[in-house]
Design a protein. Structure first.
Length: 600
């Protein structure tokens, strides 16, 4: 199935992907970054899935989220009638539960449930037996699940099947509950009662939203997705709930995104604050400070949901990959890269949160000063850059711009909030970096900034230059860079991060990837700042139109094949949608304008 065919359900500690065929094809338990229980998304049904659907032919399928919740309902029309499947994961208190409610809508419909449990990414076939309380229990190593079924089930190895028939007004609930295998199973729960509780929980959370501009449904769905991708115990937000969904079908750019990137900090903070979610913004800010605490030289670009540092990358050769796109990777080696831009993202996120009135502790400023001291000694070094290249390090222009942001926000913190620091030295550092970027990162013959010093390549990250206040939108170098990106990096209006067809010259990987949706949102933001508001709106609406039938976006898009690519759903794409909607709203003063005015 295409990514567009999947919907997300989750409990704010892990999540599952549900296909429009009634099959749950991806689920990791008990956390986002745990080993999978269902991995058909990257393999075959034998690698784990749970399909619950009509036995006969299906004439039509409709689905939607119930109101402003993460409770998904899918209706199947058959010759015999109509049946509704309601899938959700109750917002968690202790351990995860997966609930599937079957409702008869019209006629009498026969259904079949096929539950294939395969722990540890499809390699651990569980021992299945009937527990004393009547539920089926499946155990393998540290993992166990219990199945509560409203109808008799048959078990053959790891495959558990059931046949049922529902008529109009019937309501039946299946519950799959995970627990550590060395502990007794949790007590059985009432799936129907949990449905009402889950609806109320999500609706209460959605009701706190203060966004009242255009596109309210898309913005609300994006905010709900961000909440679903939040690891509630710590406040960390994972980039996506999936791993190894390819950036190009059949390609090797398949990465594990079930971690928290520091780079997303400022954009995420803005999207939460402008929507009225101060508690979530504070939790994200605090996660950020805890994650980077320690020696500045040991700072990573990404961490686990609870701030874990060790996320070693390795491949799973037994999984063939999504549509044959191998390898499937677990962990992410980019966590060990040196990426200069994250210093700017951290200092900027802290500065913007102060401007928004988020409470701060003195210890947080001490940490930021330590990071800036490290930056002073390292900003001239080459790095792997924002796109985490796996080739040689370079003097990436965007990295230097974000080093400038770090110095600029430190100066602003002293000037605007009275914090203590060597502000004259930081002003000199800021000016020195600015001169360096303008001298070495700009090509006057083409009137555009370039991806790295002394190289001709363009890069969509250059669109950040006006967004962070490095140069004002009125500077002709900004307009020239925007024009160059539109001319050389756009396909049907969608922005490529950079050209990959350079024999690995840029990033050390084979060519082939889709257009990057966050970068295309940045282009819309640039057009708005340049006063080209009609173009900006048209591009934003084109991007919004890529969301699937339940409002979800991936990381990338193939404009030729007309399909979403990359890990799904992607937090950064939804963050960019929220901020872009605010930028274009009638209220004005959106994140692009606000963040730009904070610098300079």
């Amino acid at each position: 199935m295409r990514l567009e065919d999947y919907a997300l359900i989750g409990d704010t500690q892990t999540a599952a992907l549900v296909g429009n065929d009634g099959s749950i094809d991806w689920l990791c338990l008990p956390r986002f970054d745990s080993a999978s229980c269902f991995a058909k998304l990257l393999g075959t049904p034998e690698h784990g899935r749970w399909r619950l659907a009509p036995r006969g032919g299906i004439r039509a399928v409709r689905r939607r989220y119930r109101g402003n919740t993460l409770v998904l309902e899918t209706e199947f029309d058959t010759d015999e009638g109509t049946v509704r499947i309601i899938d959700f994961m109750p917002p968690r208190q202790v351990e995860p539960d997966l609930v599937r409610v079957v409702e008869g809508v019209r006629g009498q419909v026969a259904l079949r449930s096929e539950l294939a449990i395969a722990f540890d990414y499809g390699t651990a076939t569980p021992w299945v037996y009937r527990h004393d309380d009547g539920r089926l229990r499946a155990v393998a190593g540290p993992d166990a699940v219990c199945l509560s079924s409203p109808v008799p089930v048959d078990a053959l190895d790891h495959l558990i099947t059931a046949d049922l028939s529902v008529g109009e007004g019937d309501r039946l609930a299946f519950v799959l509950a995970w627990h550590p295998s060395h502990l007794a199973p949790p007590p059985p729960i009432d799936g129907l009662a949990l449905l009402d509780d889950s609806m109320a929980w999500w609706e209460e959370w959605a009701g706190r939203c203060r966004y009242d501009g255009e596109w309210p449904e898309l913005v609300m769905r994006s905010l709900l997705t961000l909440k679903a991708l939040t690891y509630a115990p710590t406040g960390g937000i994972v980039a996506a709930p999936t791993t190894s969904l390819p950036e190009w079908i059949g390609g090797v750019r398949n990465w594990d995104y079930r971690y928290c990137w520091l780079r997303d900090a400022t954009f995420t903070l803005y999207s939460l604050l402008v929507a009225g979610y101060e508690d979530e913004a504070l939790a994200w800010r605090d996660w950020l400070l805890r994650a980077v605490a320690g020696e500045p030289d040991e700072m990573q670009i990404m961490y686990g949901p609870a701030g874990e540092r060790r996320i070693t990358e390795h491949e799973l050769p037994w999984l063939p990959g999504y549509e044959g796109s191998a390898p499937v990777r677990i962990g992410n080696a980019a966590s060990n890269q040196f990426q200069l831009d994250i210093y700017g993202e951290i200092l900027d996120a802290m500065h913007q949160s102060r401007r928004a009135g988020v409470p701060h502790e003195a210890a947080g400023w001490d940490l930021q000063r330590a990071l800036l001291e490290t930056l002073e000694g390292r900003w001239r070094e080459p790095d792997e850059g924002i796109w985490e290249v796996r080739g040689s390090r370079r003097q990436f222009t965007h990295s230097k711009v974000m080093a400038w942001v770090a110095a600029d926000r430190a100066v602003k913190t002293v000037e605007q909030f009275g914090y203590d620091g060597p502000v004259d030295r930081w002003r000199s550092l800021r000016a020195e970096i600015h001169r360096d970027v303008c001298r070495h990162g700009f090509d006057p013959d083409r009137n555009t900034f370039t991806q790295s010093y002394g190289a001709p390549h363009l890069d969509a990250s250059l669109l950040m230059i006006p967004l962070v206040g490095f140069l004002p939108p009125s500077d002709p170098r900004v307009a020239g860079t925007v024009d160059a990106v539109q001319r050389d990096l756009c396909h049907d209006g969608f922005v490529l991060r950079y050209r990959t067809d350079t024999d690995g010259e840029v990033d050390g990987l084979p060519a082939g990837e889709g257009a990057f949706l966050p970068c295309t949102f940045w282009l819309a933001d640039n057009l708005m700042l340049l006063g080209r508001r009609a173009e900006s709106r048209a591009l934003f609406e084109k991007l919004a139109g890529l969301a699937n039938d339940v409002g979800l976006l991936a990381e990338e898009y193939d404009p030729v094949a007309g399909r979403l690519l990359g890990n799904f759903p992607q937090a950064f794409s939804h963050v960019s949608l929220v901020n872009g909607a605010r930028n274009l709203s009638q209220q004005g003063g959106g994140p692009a304008e606000d963040r730009r005015q904070a610098g300079g």
